[in-house]
Design a protein around this ligand. Structure first.
Ligand code: IMP
Length: 181
């Protein structure tokens, strides 16, 4: 077995389950935004693979842009300190903006991002997250579109990392505790 696989405790969501859900979300979003030319804002780096698949599952005119914010660094705990590392290239004033996130955990990162983007006067601002861990929420925040609600476990794969590794796993798995302790 390769090194990536030996660090996986269990597979939480298979490649097929993710694919089906992304197609379903794409259809829903395409219907919602078909005449709105939405701007999909990918929150780097974790949402990169979800964004690539989701945007291709939306068969309508749309634009993409990217933001990078600091989150956990090399630990598995949220610090609550959010910094913009890379900002949008486009103005979002009057635009229909859809934030594409990999996971909402405490909600601190997204809460900050939403407040920041609201200031820029978008016509609408919604959140689409692949994963949601509501049990760990520290601020009131509800995604408009969500792929899967998951238990309080640290997950990796399909864009999600631990210490920058595992993003290229095609499924979402739970990391063995010994891999991060
Ligand atoms: P929050 O501010 O606690 O909601 O954290 C959001 C960010 O933390 C996500 O965009 C991820 O980058 C990262 N994160 C939270 N939970 C996990 C996890 O289980 N695995 C990998 N990254 C995570």
């Amino acid at each position: 077995m390769n090194k990536l696989m030996t660090d996986v405790h269990e597979i939480l969501l298979t490649r097929e389950e993710i694919e089906d859900k992304v197609q379903e979300l794409g259809k829903t979003l395409a219907a919602e935004y078909y005449d709105k030319r939405p701007l999909l804002v990918c929150v780097l780096k974790g949402a990169l693979i979800f964004m690539a698949d989701l945007s291709r599952a939306m068969n309508i005119p749309l634009e993409v842009d990217f933001m990078a914010v600091s989150s956990y660094g090399v630990s598995t705990k949220s610090s609550g300190v959010v910094r913009i590392l890379k900002d949008l290239e486009t103005s979002i004033e009057g635009r229909h903006v859809l934030i594409v996130e990999d996971i909402i955990d405490t909600g601190l990162t997204l809460n900050y991002l939403i407040e920041n983007l609201k200031f820029r006067k978008p016509a609408s601002l919604k959140i689409c997250t692949l994963l949601d861990k509501p049990s760990r929420r520290r601020v009131q925040l509800q995604p408009d579109y969500c792929g899967f609600v998951i238990p309080d476990e640290f997950v990796i794969g399909y864009g999600l990392d631990f210490s920058e590794i595992y993003r290229n796993l095609p499924f979402i798995g739970v990391l063995k505790p010994e891999a991060y302790q």
